[in-house]
Every structure is written in C-alpha cells, then in structure tokens.
Design a protein around this ligand. Structure first.
Ligand SMILES: Cc1cc2nc3c(=O)[nH]c(=O)nc-3n(C[C@H](O)[C@H](O)[C@H](O)COP(=O)(O)O)c2cc1C
Length: 196
C-alpha cells in the first residue's frame, strides 16, 4: 500500500477529470431514460449521472454529457420516464447505450417491450420493476454537460418488489455503473437502525 496519496488536478496535463470522477463516484444508479421526439419517435438510453434532487416536490436529476437524443427529446416534449435497471435487464440496458441515429427507436430496434405510461407520453420499460414518470422542471447547463431536473408526477411499481409496502432492495435487484465499462451487481444489503 502506498504511504502517500497521489494528487491529481483535473485540467492539468494527463489528468482526465471525467475518468477520475466516474471511477471514484461509485456505484452510480442507472436511470434508463425513455423519451419521445417532437415527431413521436421513441428513445431509450441509460444515464448513470443520476440521483434524487429534491424531496418536496419529488424531483430527480440526470446529466446528459454532450448533446444526445434523450436531451433534445426532453427539451422538445418536456416529459420522460426513468425505469429501474434491475439485474435481468443488464444486457438490454447496455445494448440501448449504443449510438443510433436520432430517428431510430432503441426499444424497437432491440425488441425491448415498452408499455404506456400513466401520466406522461413517453412509455416505460415493461420488464422493469418500477418507473418514474417525469415532467421537465428545468435544465442547467454545466460546461459540456446538461443537468435535467424532472418532477416525478407518477410512480409505477410491480407489487412483487414490495415488502411491507416499501421497495425491497433484494427484490428490486438494482444494477449500477462503476468506472470504465464496469458494472455493479445488486448489492449485499444490511439493515442498521439510525441513531436518534
Ligand atoms: C451504464 C451506462 C451509463 C451511462 N450514463 C450516461 C450518463 O450519465 N450521461 C450520458 O450522457 N451518457 C451516459 N451513457 C451513454 C449513453 O447511454 C449513450 O451515449 C447513448 O447512446 C445516448 O443515447 P441517446 O443519444 O439516444 O440519448 C451511459 C452508458 C451506459 C452503458
């Protein structure tokens, strides 16, 4: 074990800030984002720069690194869904990250079954145990990236993943993104009561 930590300053020669962040901010949950274009073409792509942004109102955020079809669709139609990426879906989630032409619907191309959402127009992934239906609040540009903030206007969840009315992490079996092309499998779960 090295006794001194390396010091790296993003922006300096040879220091790729993106690589260090994606390798160290781990594991990241994966938002499987479904959107539709103004012309009505569907789109499905994973985004691991994803988290809860606010409690009341319930808001989530994901980040588009660069200009992608998902971002232009969300800007055009102001709605999207986020489906939970669970273990059995890993292959399909990964496949949907391939670069397709803007006019190509990844779900149709890859035979990923979608089902209509309850409130918003973009559909959700049929095999996902849960989906968040979102309306765009605003986008925040940061350098080459754009943070997308969406209010969750509906949650759909398979009752089979609930225990005592709450999502069970064991049943949800979420996969995650690590650095490079590494993925995290569903985590080992321990339960620790919070201190008073
Ligand atoms: C697990 C995983 C996580 C990803 N996370 C992001 C992300 O947070 N932001 C992003 O812009 N691209 C991310 N990507 C890459 C996009 O999925 C990819 O660029 C995709 O082609 C974008 O599709 P679109 O142009 O149809 O929106 C990720 C890819 C994978 C496999």
């Amino acid at each position: 074990m090295a006794s001194e930590h390396l010091v790296l300053r993003p922006g300096e020669d040879g220091v790729n800030g993106y690589r260090w962040l994606t390798g160290l901010v781990v594991p990241r949950p994966i938002a499987w984002v479904s959107s539709i274009s103004a012309a009505g073409i569907g789109n499905l792509a994973p985004h691991s720069f994803f988290t809860v942004a606010s409690a009341r109102p319930p808001v989530v955020q994901f980040t588009s690194v660069g200009a992608k079809d998902t971002l232009s669709n969300v800007l055009a139609t102001r709605e999207f869904t986020i489906s939970v990426a669970s273990r059995p879906l890993l292959g399909a989630v990964n496949a949907s990250s391939a670069t397709y032409e803007a006019g190509v619907d990844e779900a149709r191309e890859l035979d990923i079954e979608m089902r209509p959402s309850v409130v918003v127009a973009p559909p959700r992934v049929a095999a996902s145990p849960a989906s968040l239906e979102c309306r765009l609040i605003r986008t925040v540009p940061v350098g080459d990236s754009t943070i997308v903030l969406g209010e969750v206007v509906a949650v759909t969840v398979d009752p089979d993943v609930l225990v005592d009315g709450r999502p069970s992490p064991e049943r949800l079996a979420p996969i995650s993104r690590l650095g490079g092309d590494e993925w995290g499998l569903p985590p080992e779960v321990i339960r620790v009561p919070r201190p008073d």
